[in-house]
Design a protein around this ligand. Structure first.
Ligand code: ATP
Length: 464
C-alpha cells in the first residue's frame, strides 16, 4: 500500500486510514478469463519504431539491473485499441540514467527534469518517449504541488489519478507483456467506469476533477458512484478555486481539444463546477450553444469554406459569447490570454450578435455589408453564429456570404491599377475595397465592367 503522507498544514487526523478504506472496499478486481499478457496486442498496436525503441530500452534497463514498465494512459489506450502516440516508461531504478543511455544509443535529443526524476527522449525518427523514475508524491497541503521521492512501481501507480490510468505493462525478461493492475483498472475499463484510487484524490489534486470528466466523455464512460459523490463534495467546497489559474487553463485547453468538448463543459455546468472556472459567466444560454457547437463546426466543414480553425478558441468563444466585455476581459486576463487572442475574443463578442440579426432579417442589407460584418469576426466565431441561425434560409444566406468572401474576388488587382498609371497609395485600398463590394452586390460581373468602375472611381476621387 502506498504511503502518501501529508505535512502539518492540513489538519485532518485520519487521512491515510480513509484513503486505505476506500481503496480496499471499492476495488472489485474482475477475475474474468482474459489473457493477462498483451505482448501481441502491443506488437500490433504500436508502430515498428516504438517497438524497436522499447526492445532497446528493455535491454539497456536489464543491463543496469533495473525493472522497466510501460505505464499510465498508454496502457489504457492499448487495451481500448486506440493508437498510442506517446509512450510513458517507468523505471524501478534511475530513470534519468536510462534515458541518457537510450538517447546516446540513438543519437536522440534529451530533456531532463532531475527534480522529478523524469526525462523526455526524442529520437531522430520523431518517436518520443517519456522516462520516469518510479516515484511517490507527498502533498504538503491540499492542491499543493507534490514533493517527489523514488519508490516502487506499485507506489508509483497508486499516486495516479484513476484506476484506468494506473496500469502498467512489464517489459522485463520472463514477464514481458504482462499487465500489472493493482487497482482493478482493467475491470473498470470494461465496465466503463472512471474511478479514483482513494477518497482524498480530489482534495490532493483538484485538477483531477477536470481530468475525470474529460475521460468520462472521451471514452463514453461514467463516473463510478463514489467518485461522483467525491466530485460533488469537492464542488461544494470549491476545491477547484484553490488550483493556480495556469494549471486550470492547461486543463481547459485539453478539454477544448477533446473530440466532444461541449459535453465536458455541459457536465461542468451540471456539477456546479462552472463558477470556479468562469466566474460571472451565466451558464444558461451557454449551455444551449455548447450542445450545438460541434454540430455547427461539422456543418461549416462540410461547406468546404473554412480554413483550419483553432478548435480551442471555438469553445472558448462559445463559453464567453453571452458575457459582457468587462467580465469576459477579466476571464481572458485570469487565464493570461495573449494580446492577439484577447483582441480576437473582443472582436467576436462585439460583433456576432449584429451579424446573426442581420442574417435573419436580410431584406434591408446588402451582401457586401454582411461580408463586412463577417470579416470583423475571427473565423472561430462562425460556428457560434451558426448555432443561433435556426432557420434554413438564414443558414443558406450565411453560407452564400462565406462563399462570396472566399470565391467571388475581383478580377482586377493592384498590379492592374499600377499598369493603368496610378501610383500605389492609400487610394488603392479604397478602390479595391469599393470594387470588391460592388462585385459582392452583383453590380459588376466582367473585367470590362470592373475596369470602367475603377476608372470612374479614380477620376472622381483623384480628379484625374
Ligand atoms: P491523454 O490521452 O489525454 O494524454 P493521459 O492519461 O496519457 O491522457 P497525461 O496527462 O499524459 O494523460 O498523463 C499520463 C499519466 O500520468 C496518466 O495516465 C496518469 O496515470 C498520470 N497523471 C497525469 N495527471 C495526473 C494527476 N493530476 N494526478 C495523478 N496522476 C496523473
Amino acid at each position: 500500500m502506498a504511503t502518501v503522507r501529508y505535512g502539518g498544514h492540513y489538519n485532518q487526523p485520519n487521512l491515510n486510514q480513509m484513503k486505505m478504506q476506500i481503496t480496499t472496499t471499492n476495488v472489485n478486481i474482475d477475475s474474468r478469463n482474459r489473457p493477462n499478457n498483451i505482448r501481441e496486442l502491443m506488437c500490433c498496436s504500436l508502430s515498428a519504431d516504438f517497438c524497436e525503441v522499447l526492445e532497446r530500452a528493455r535491454k539497456i534497463a536489464a543491463g543496469m539491473g533495473y525493472k522497466l514498465y510501460v505505464a499510465g494512459g498508454v496502457v489504457r489506450d492499448l487495451l481500448l485499441g486506440i493508437e498510442c502516440l506517446d509512450i510513458d516508461l517507468v523505471v524501478e531504478g534511475d530513470g534519468i540514467e536510462l534515458a541518457q543511455a537510450l538517447s546516446k544509443e540513438y543519437n536522440g535529443r534529451l530533456r531532463l527534469h532531475p527534480k522529478f526524476g523524469t526525462a523526455k527522449v526524442v529520437f531522430p525518427n520523431g518517436v518520443q518517449v517519456d522516462v520516469a523514475t518510479a516515484r511517490v508524491e507527498f502533498y504538503q497541503y491540499p492542491a499543493a504541488m507534490p514533493q517527489v521521492e523514488t519508490s516502487s512501481l506499485q507506489q508509483d501507480l497508486y499516486r495516479r489519478d484513476f484506476s484506468i490510468n494506473a496500469m502498467a505493462v512489464s517489459l522485463n525478461e520472463g514477464s514481458f507483456g504482462d499487465v500489472v493492475d493493482f487497482f482493478g483498472g482493467r475491470a473498470d475499463l470494461e465496465r466503463g467506469m472512471v474511478r479514483v484510487l482513494h477518497n482524498l484524490s480530489f482534495i490532493e489534486d483538484p485538477i483531477r476533477i477536470l481530468r475525470a470528466l474529460r475521460f468520462e466523455k472521451r471514452f463514453h464512460m461514467n463516473l463510478e458512484a463514489q467518485t461522483l459523490k467525491l466530485v460533488q463534495e469537492a464542488a461544494n467546497i470549491k476545491m477547484l478555486s484553490r488550483v493556480p489559474n495556469e494549471r486550470i487553463w492547461e486543463e481547459l485547453k485539453h478539454i477544448f481539444r477533446e473530440p466532444r468538448p461541449g459535453e465536458v463543459l455541459v457536465r461542468l455546468i451540471d456539477l456546479n463546477l462552472w463558477d470556479c472556472l468562469f466566474p460571472g459567466v451565466v451558464p444558461k444560454q451557454v449551455r444551449q450553444v455548447l450542445t450545438q457547437v460541434s454540430h455547427s463546426v461539422k456543418l461549416l466543414r462540410s461547406w468546404n469554406l473554412l480554413e483550419p480553425l483553432e478548435g480551442w478558441l471555438v469553445y472558448f468563444l462559445a463559453v464567453l459569447h453571452d458575457t459582457d466585455w468587462t467580465n469576459a476581459g477579466e476571464i481572458c486576463r485570469r487565464y493570461n490570454l495573449s494580446k492577439r487572442y484577447t483582441i480576437r475574443v473582443a472582436a467576436a463578442l462585439g460583433n456576432w450578435r449584429r451579424l446573426v440579426n442581420n442574417l435573419q432579417e436580410p431584406l434591408a442589407i446588402t451582401c457586401s455589408e454582411l461580408a463586412r460584418q463577417v470579416m470583423l469576426l475571427p473565423r472561430e466565431a462562425y460556428p457560434l453564429v451558426l448555432c443561433y441561425l435556426n432557420d434554413s434560409a438564414s443558414r443558406r444566406r450565411f453560407r452564400k456570404v462565406l462563399s462570396s468572401i472566399s470565391c467571388n474576388k475581383p478580377l482586377i488587382k493592384g498590379e492592374e491599377l499600377r499598369k493603368l498609371g496610378y501610383k500605389p497609395g492609400p487610394l488603392y485600398k479604397k478602390v479595391l475595397n469599393g470594387l470588391w463590394q460592388a462585385r459582392l452586390d452583383g453590380d459588376l460581373r466582367t473585367k470590362q465592367e470592373e475596369l470602367s468602375y475603377v476608372q470612374e472611381y479614380l477620376t472622381k476621387y483623384e480628379g484625374r
